[in-house]
Design a protein around this ligand. Sequence first.
Ligand SMILES: Nc1ncnc2c1ncn2[C@@H]1O[C@H](COP(=O)(O)OP(=O)(O)OP(=O)(O)O)[C@@H](O)[C@H]1O
Length: 328
Amino acid sequence: MRDRTLLRVEALELHYQTRQGAVHAVDGVSFDLHRQEALVVLGESGCGKSSLAKALMRLLPRNVHHTAGRVSLDGVDVTALPDERFRREVQWSRMALVMQASMNALNPVVRVGEQVAEPLRVLRGWPRGKALARAAEVFELVGVATDFLARYPFELSGGMRQRAVLAMALVAEPALVILDEPTSALDVLTQASIMNALKRVKRELGTSFILITHDVATSSELGDRVALMYAGQFVEVADAERFFTAPAHPYSQMLMASVPRLRQRARPEAIPGEPPSLAAPPGGCRYAERCPYRFARCAQDPPAFRLGERHRARCWLHADDAQAGGSA
Ligand SMILES: Nc1ncnc2c1ncn2[C@@H]1O[C@H](COP(=O)(O)OP(=O)(O)OP(=O)(O)O)[C@@H](O)[C@H]1O
């Protein structure tokens, strides 16, 4: 039987060089992603979500200070591949990224259909007609009428442009698509309809997704699993249902309490304080400063304790509940 695990990430690090010193944007992130599974990476602005996407895709800016860790796709360690092979065999063809605000990055003078078909021409060398025919199919899958293929980006609404960008990422049928804030610039109805289109893609093409967002409502739409990121680290990874109903980490609990609900008497709570600077992250637990349960042990860096099947929380409060196999 084929292994269910599509992606395995172990101790991934990405630090940037800045005038203030090294910024620890991704600092020891580990997780697994199964085939046809959607993992939501949730976190406040600046916690390192986009950097994680860039590290996975190896789209690194020039001021990288240090990278480390291991990324395996389909059981193959892709971190070991030289850049040229990674670009040829992995980037975009097996693992694609829809970057933040990419709907504004479509080429204004090229018809949308040509742009959606381009990955097939470049990556697979398909002739124009065949690539356009496939682009039309993917267009329909993400909810765009095929006559839009002949239009220019300025003739499309924001929602349609975002779907075109999704179609471009999906057209070569990568096993994994990373979506960085794919709907944050759109109105709620358009957001909902794009989320529905993504669910259809997941079902029909069997694609796995990593959905990056700061919005809890968006995350609950598509996510099978949730990873909560704080100051460059994953503080909790759990099944979505577990995360939304019984989160284990104090930060996850505060985050859930800060989400306004329709039938709620008590006012949603804001989380006091601010995340630490990633240029000088504190030793010990990075959330300790803001945590109401802080105790002496939090001065040491907590490992990710294993609380159940594929459930981990990086918090000393769970040291005693951790299952055999302990931290990981
Ligand atoms: N090229 C870079 N050089 C230096 N620092 C960077 C660079 N890119 C990002 N950072 C810093 O790294 C940290 C993480 O940034 P990142 O964009 O990954 O966070 P994010 O969670 O995606 O935030 P947002 O939701 O606002 O996009 C921030 O402190 C940011 O200022």
